[in-house]
Design a protein around this ligand. Sequence first.
Ligand code: OGA
Ligand code: MN
Length: 251
Amino acid sequence: MDHPVVTPIRETLNSDIGRQFDAVAGETDIPSGVASTEFRLEGITDEWLDQLAEGLTESGWVSLNVSDHLGDDLLVALRDEVRILDVTDAMKKAGIGRGADLTQDRSVRRDRIAWLQGITPPQRELFRCLERIREGLNRRLFLGLKRYEAHYATYQSGDFYRKHLDSFAGRASRVVSLVLYFNEDWQPADGGELQVFNRDNQDEVCGLILPEMGRIVLFLSEEIPHEVLPANRARYSLACWFRQDEVPLPL
Ligand code: OGA
Ligand code: MN
């Protein structure tokens, strides 16, 4: 996987933030101090995994607040990482498609992204949570999810992502999508909601999700059309896809 280009801008940051930034971008070892941070994982319970699996089965999507399951410390640590990437201008323009088919169409999506390497302590902890979710869904729904990929995304004021599916039927690639939001005090006037469409009637909006701190949405990548409405302030999130294929495609 690639990672954000490290720009000279980081030299203007104080050294702590600079070192932390290097680690977030996968450039260096974890700075000491950050490495000793402990996060908890006991919140990912069987009952919670049952709830996720039931939502996917019944309507193809589910949205919940995960503060109690991931823990506020982990959410804040991840939010701080994406904020550092944002303010240092390290996020890259998101494209559509992959490899040679990758195009950047600003009429479709305007967010910026940075792929997670799983190296920093909060990312390592998040990956352990994602692994638990992957196994939990496989055990309940027999999806054969083999791996996952995740990126941070930032939307600036005015940015959006038009209605789309995350995967096309039959490719067995992205099967389950998970989006986690990091925005404190998000108000309806801030826009940027995720609109979720009905899998049986794709013109009908059946969910409107505020990208507020600690909220996740989980949905079937091939079945649920969704759209990010224009945001009126900076909007931070993390998107993850659980995949059935084993070999990563070139990004
Ligand atoms: C995506 C996406 C939704 C969101 O990145 O594919 O649909 O709410 N994100 O950020
Ligand atoms: Mn999407």
